[in-house]
Design a protein around this ligand. Structure first.
Ligand code: ADP
Ligand code: MG
Length: 680
């Protein structure tokens, strides 16, 4: 298999430079990548309908013989129409193809094919427009359907994949050693590849899927564990003294036990001279992660080191800057904010001071590590909201300065099974306790007939001095978002809140515009903030007490949980209003979960159960390397891959055994996209 990744897709029969370019748009450059380009779904071609029984408008598969030559004519718009008659034992039908001059050579007179598509009854009988087809001798029952791009149709892809599969050698090197496959009940690689594309039957497809997903997750797991071992290597940024309790005196509150535990975990790591801190602190929204990070920074700075604190957005960076400045106001610690919107001169000044060691703590976006910033004594990097801070960046950090310690903070509770994968390269501390005195958040589910009442309620809260968020309907990315968020806000301002200051926040705004709106909201100049999900992460405005979310069923539970976490942060009672007209059982169940619990881990578990992990692996949010089949994963796959990982790591010879050479090569390949040299 490995060698086919070196064979350009152009070497396939019938693929020229133009085709190759089209394949490139699908991310397919080599024959190996084509073989790994798995179908999006399958059509069931195993149920054959007699032409005489075809219902009008139904999608069916017929088995018919070509009974006439093709006729061609033109539409008024200049398209060419090709028609032919086919028949089976029960009757005849007409097939119509548009603008496909190759069709006449693809379907031969007197030969029998399977035709799949939508059939309709016209005055002269049954007809099908542009059906998919396949030779009967190909023995298809489940027909693969691929994601396509302009110029490449499904039938063409099928032919190319068939040719590519034929290039597989008889004996293919399976990265999974036979004993491992047997132990975990997985089929061989060749069978899996053939059947993920052209399944013999549903059973074979299930086996193929299981095996490919298991392998991919295993490779991912093993790679992350290797990364973890690497990061555990010796660290020269030594911490001699723990200043945590001295830091505690800077705060107006005392730390919760959970916060203290998380700090102790981190300090324990960094005071061990052989160890590099490489830890995830996972804590629900409002659990006080900032104070934990600040405490660790304090200990580092007091030991003479520099720290960098990274946030995913400029708004959050600024917010952290303000709260850290407040915490450290009575100390001699030098803090700076480094953000994209600073003037070039200001940036240069901050950079120079960092390089000279005059700044102890710098706060900024992730650009901090990717750009040319140099430090004199950087020993700790804190990153907030890990979701957007992927393996790639974590790996990049290794090369910055002299191997700084890393503290990752996440407010996204993740079920254990998933967490083991996503954070496979990190140690984990959980803050499972909220600071005392937190108000309940009442969560209500309403349909849109009650929206006006909800808006009235928002109005009355605002008149009591409170503030509110309204999350507008979720729409596709791109320009539409802008138009619709603004339209939605305009409607509210016009018809409901004409006398109230309403602000608007969406992803398409310039950073400076966003910042201005957020600043106005946090200073209570704007009372109602209409926003897209950009407010999801980390924003802290304790005076906001209502979160209303339109089209709540379109959001993932964890996302709703994040949004809800924006309220209930102060001393006033808060509400979360979910608006949904969806009546499907699944969404009702999901939204009910939101109303009954505020425990992020329970919610994450429910989300995983209801939606499966596929959603997660299907998106690029996670910051993992690009995966190809894991979007098909289910919880069982997750558990299986964990067991396999443990088995291989505990295997007496471990990855050093020659049997695992193929697997090691796959790990290198998967992580190559992350640019992580340490895995080579
Ligand atoms: P998150 O974990 O969501 O990042 P923050 O660090 O923003 O939470 O903390 C939320 C709020 O709780 C802040 O206003 C912070 O000052 C406050 N806070 C944090 N820890 C405590 C504590 N132990 N007792 C009281 N308030 C706390
Ligand atoms: Mg936070």
């Amino acid at each position: 298999m490995a060698s086919l990744y070196a064979v350009p897709v152009e070497q396939l029969k019938g693929v020229g430079p133009k085709r190759a370019e089209q394949f490139g748009r699908l991310g397919v450059f080599t024959v190996g990548q084509l073989i790994n380009y798995y179908p999006r779904t399958y059509e069931n071609w195993s149920v054959i309908t007699d032409i005489a029984d075809v219902p009008d408008g139904a999608t069916v598969c017929i088995r018919a013989t070509v009974g006439s030559a093709f006729s061609s004519s033109f539409t008024r718009s200049g398209k060419t129409i090709f028609k032919t008659a086919v028949y089976d034992d029960s009757g005849g039908a007409e097939l119509i193809f548009f603008n496909n001059r190759y069709i006449t050579s693809m379907l031969a007179y007197g030969h029998t094919y399977l035709f799949y598509g939508k059939a309709s009854h016209t005055f002269d009988g049954v007809s099908m427009i542009s059906p998919s087809f396949s030779k009967v001798s190909d023995g298809v029952s489940l027909q693969p359907i691929y994601n396509l791009t302009a110029g490449l149709n499904n039938n063409y892809l099928i032919r190319c994949v068939r040719t590519a599969l034929q290039m597989l050698p008889e004996q293919i090197n399976d990265p999974l050693p036979e004993d491992v496959r047997k132990r975990f009940g997985l089929c061989g690689l060749k069978f899996a590849l053939e059947n993920i594309h052209f399944p013999k039957d549903p059973e074979a497809l299930a086996q193929a899927r299981k095996r490919l997903v298991a392998e991919e997750l295993l490779v991912l797991n093993l790679g992350l564990r290797q990364l973890k071992l690497h990061k555990r290597s010796e660290n020269k940024n030594i911490i001699k003294k723990d200043y945590s309790s001295e830091f505690g005196k800077l705060l107006p509150f005392s730390m919760t036990n959970a916060q203290k535990r998380a700090i102790a975990d981190c300090v324990g790591d960094v005071m061990n001279p052989g160890l590099t801190l490489n830890r995830l602190v996972q804590g629900d929204v409002g659990s006080g992660k900032t104070a934990v990070a600040a405490s660790l920074c304090y200990t580092f700075i007091k030991n003479g080191w520099q720290c960098a604190f990274m946030a995913p957005t400029e708004i959050l960076a600024e917010q952290h800057y303000n709260s850290l400045k407040e915490i450290f106001k009575n100390t001699d610690i030098e803090i700076a904010l480094l953000k994209g919107s600073l003037k070039a001169k200001e940036k240069t000044e901050v950079r120079e001071k960092l390089a000279a060691g005059e700044i102890d703590l710098v706060i900024g976006t992730h650009a901090l590590i990717t750009d040319k910033t140099e430090f004199s004594d950087l020993a700790l990097v804190v990153t907030d909201e890990q979701h957007r801070f992927g393996v790639e960046q974590r790996a990049k950090l290794l090369s910055k300065g002299n191997n700084p310690h890393l503290l990752v903070m996440s407010a996204t509770p993740i079920p254990r099974t998933l967490g083991l994968i996503i954070f496979g390269d990190l140690d984990i501390s959980v803050i499972d306790e909220l600071p005392p005195g937190r108000q309940e958040i009442d969560t209500l589910l309403i349909d849109s007939s009650k929206r006006d009442r909800a808006l009235g309620f928002i109005r009355s809260e605002v008149s009591r001095g409170r503030q509110a968020y309204i999350v507008c309907p979720l729409v596709e990315e791109g320009d539409v978002e802008l138009a619709s968020a603004e339209e939605y806000a305009a409607e509210l301002m016009l018809n409901h809140f004409s006398d109230i200051a309403v602000g608007i926040l969406h992803g398409r705004m310039k950073p400076a515009e966003k910042e201005a709106v957020m600043r106005d909201f946090s200073r209570n100049k704007v009372k109602i903030l209409v926003a897209t999900t950009v407010i999801e992460v980390g924003i802290d405005v304790p005076n906001a007490t209502i979160m209303m979310i339109e089209n709540a069923e379109r959001f993932g539970l964890s996302q709703l949980h994040q949004l809800r976490g924006r309220v209930g942060r102060g001393s006033e009672k808060s509400w979360c209003i979910l608006v949904s007209d969806s009546t499907t059982e699944n969404s009702a169940e999901r939204l009910k979960t939101m109303c009954t619990t505020r425990d992020g881990f329970k919610i994450a578990d429910a989300d995983l159960k209801l939606r499966g992990p596929g959603d997660f692996f299907g998106s690029r949010q996670h910051g993992l390397p690009q995966l190809s089949v894991s979007s098909l994963a289910d919880t069982e796959n997750l558990e299986l891959s964990q067991k396999m990982t443990d088995y291989i790591i505990n295997d007496s010879e471990g990855m050093r055994d020659d049997r695992y050479r193929g697997l090691s090569a796959e790990i290198t390949r998967l992580f190559k996209s992350t640019g992580d040299e340490t895995l080579n």
